[in-house]
Structure formats: C-alpha cells, structure tokens
Ligand binder design. Sequence first.
Ligand code: AMP
Ligand code: MG
Length: 468
Amino acid sequence: MLSQWNFNNSYLQLPKIFFSKTKPNQFPNLELILKNQKLIDKLSLDRNKFNKFIVTSIADDKQDFYSQAYAGHQFGHFTILGDGRATLLGEHLNKKSERFDIQLKGSGKTPYSRNGDGKGTLKSMLREYIVSEAMHNLNIKTTRSLAVLKTGERIMRNGFEEGGILVRVAESHIRVGTFQLAALSKERKNIEELLDYSIKRLHPEIYEHKDRHLEFYKKIVENQINLMIEWQRVGFIHGVMNTDNMALSGETIDYGPCAFLDEYNPNKVFSSIDQKGRYAFNNQPKIALWNLARFAETILHLIHKDQTLAIKIIEDLLKSFEKKYYELWLKMMKNKLQINNHNEKDEKLIIELLDLMHVFKLDFTNTFIEIDNDQIKKHDFMKNWYSKLKERRKINKKFNKTNDKYNPKIIPRNHIIEKVLNESENGNYDNLYKFIENLNEPYSNEVNSNFQKGPSEDEKIHQTFCGT
Ligand code: AMP
Ligand code: MG
C-alpha cells in the first residue's frame, strides 16, 4: 500500500545522543478500535483508506523510526530516561506544510525501557484518547490522539490484560528533560544545537532576534503560564508533572494518572504514587515554575556569558511568573463568573466562592453551570454569595453571553471513563463512542445529562495509576 505519510525527520539531524533508531514490535492481529476523523483530515490523510493504512504503517520495517532520549526529575529526583514504550514513526508534513510528530505509544521495548515491557494496556490507551481529545475540544493545548489499536496480545498488569497502541500526534515531543539530558553531556554544542533546533521548530519567528535564546525562554514561560491557567479553568489535575512530562510546545502531555475534579478541593490528588501531594490541583502552577527553573539551568550560559548576570535575568523573569499568573487567573475566573470591568473586591468574591465550594463539597464543573443558569440559588448556603455576584454584575460593561467558552458543560469524569472502558472490555463500545461524541462539543447545551452528573458516593474513584 502506498504510504500517505509525508515524513521529513528534522529531529534526526540532531546529535546522536538525542535518539536511537527503533522498530515497533510486530503484532499479527492488530485491530483498529478508535480513529479520529477530524485529525485524519487535518493531517491530509485519506479517510477511506485509513484503517488499512495505519495497520500497515505499524508493520512497515523499512522506515527510519526512532525513540527519543531524555532525562528528567521524577518527583524531584533526577533520572536518565527516554521513550521506554514509544516509537516515533516520523515528522509528517500535511498539505499546509504543518509539521506533526507521529508516535506509537505501547509498541514494544526500546533501549530506554529499563525494566518495563514497552507496552500499554488497551484500556490506558483508550483513556489517553478520551482525555487528550476532550482537552483539545475544551480548547486546551495538548498532544492529540489519532487512533487506538488492539494489539491482540495479552500483557501482564493486574492479571493479564489486553494490549493496546495509541497513535499520538504532537507539535513536538521535545521536553524540559531533553535539555536536561543535553546538559549532562560535556560537549556544549549538544545544548546549542538542541536549543537552536527547538527555536526553529517551535518559534521560528524569533530565530533572527539578537537575543533569541532569552526570547525563546520567555515564550516557554508564557506558554506554561497559559497552560496552567487553562488546567485551573476546567479542574484538570495532570498528576505527574515531572520535567520529562513538560513539553516545550506548551502541549499537555502524558495522560497517565491524570483526572478532573468532581468535588472542588484545592489539595486534591488522584495519583496513587503522589503521596505527598507534590502534584495536587493547586500546586500545579508552582511545579510548572520549578520545572521552568530546571530548564533555565540547562541554558544559562546561552542566556548571558556572565553567569551571575544570567542568573539575575532568569530570576527576575521567574519572579514575574507569579504576578502574571495571578493577573491571568483573576481574568479567567472573572470570565467564568461573567463579570468584567474592574472592582477591587473581585478577588474576595472569587475566593469566597471557592471556599464555599470546598466546604460544601460542590462539584467544580456543575457549580459554574448552575451559576450560569441561575440554579445555584437552590442551595441555601449559596444565596448570600449569589446575591453579591448579581450585585457585582451591575457594574459590568456589555457582555456577550452567547460566547461562553469558559464553563464546559461536560468533562471526562473519571467514573464515567471507568464505566465505558469496563464495558469496552466486554466488547461493548456503544457508550465509549457516545461519550467521545459528547466530549467533542463541551460547550454545547445539548450534551447528554447522564455524562454530566458527578459520581455518587459508591461511583467515586479515589485513585488513579501510572504505567498501566
Ligand atoms: P511517564 O511518567 O508515564 O511519562 O513514564 C516515565 C518513563 O517510564 C518514561 O521514560 C516512559 O517511557 C517509561 N515507561 C512507562 N511505562 C513503560 C513500560 N511499560 N515499559 C517501558 N518503559 C515505560
Ligand atoms: Mg512521560
């Protein structure tokens, strides 16, 4: 079959420390379970031939496939890592010459697998598909999911489980950890080449700038602030914000133990391995800042020849992170409450709401829907706060209510994901497809109310797991 890929692997021009040539395992009984029509179109692939094409792409052993090397701080501890269960098929250029990394996740061992088997369960790959595409449709930057395939193998996890492959699409998989790996090397040119490559790939518009290294760093900081605000807007907890899981493209990456808030709790943690709450909901912006400091350390000598001065420049920049983050957070929360214009008591009003939500264990997403549609007054304990909000709205400038893209009507709730995935294990994909369809338009008022409800006490999922 003729390949539809238009590969142009710029990453392979980098020094060899950054990758290894790899091949996916061969799976004779691959079966396509999910495909993403819109993304197929965006990549300029042929909808009608996709099913066969994607299976033959994985079986193709003539191409220049590779896995990326990187390092990273995992829960604060530095380790050498790499794509332990991922193979990049290549960088595909669509008809508009936009570049996308096309990666298989769960396709078998690589030189970076350490003790792992290089595989993933079908369930965890479907989970990543659901959540990453939901994030995209919520207008949040993220890696995308093109397809999920069943490998036909059973792999050992909690007993034997079906194996799966996710075809993941990203603007780029370069991470803070890629720079941390480069910084370990004695040869300075490794860092310089990686940095110039990243600028050309992610922000070509600043390549000619006389301070391009610093300008690039500023862009990365800005992207991360925006991403953190967006996660707070929808109640998303990533769960494993290690430096190897922070993409310089500003895309949300690696959907392992992530989850959305049901009840609002700023200290909420789902991940079973995050025992100290390092990656708790409200801690995420601080961790992004910490990760950005680790990134800065790797390129300090390129920020300024004088190291003391370089440190000062970065420190000042990172100090401004908090201020900028706060300004944007306030703006975002005001948008969620449909208030504009300035009033010095706005922050107080917002904090009061969040405190009430916390104390009365209100559902994060549905509370904002109830505020939007005047239902919030059904709770006696919210009446006083709600009248303050209505009073506050009187000083609003004209507001265009039809354009609400701040409060989603549906999010991929954990208990529903579990339910549809459990059904799919028994070969019933109906609710999985329906759920995905509803998540395609999260701001529409037409969503199925069964997918909107928070979990009942016995439906609640208290923990999520990595490496499944
Ligand atoms: P994560 O925190 O999910 O990004 O994974 C951390 C590291 O473990 C990455 O280098 C992964 O490639 C690797 N890894 C995760 N699962 C497996 C697996 N089943 N086999 C080999 N390596 C894995
Ligand atoms: Mg990772």
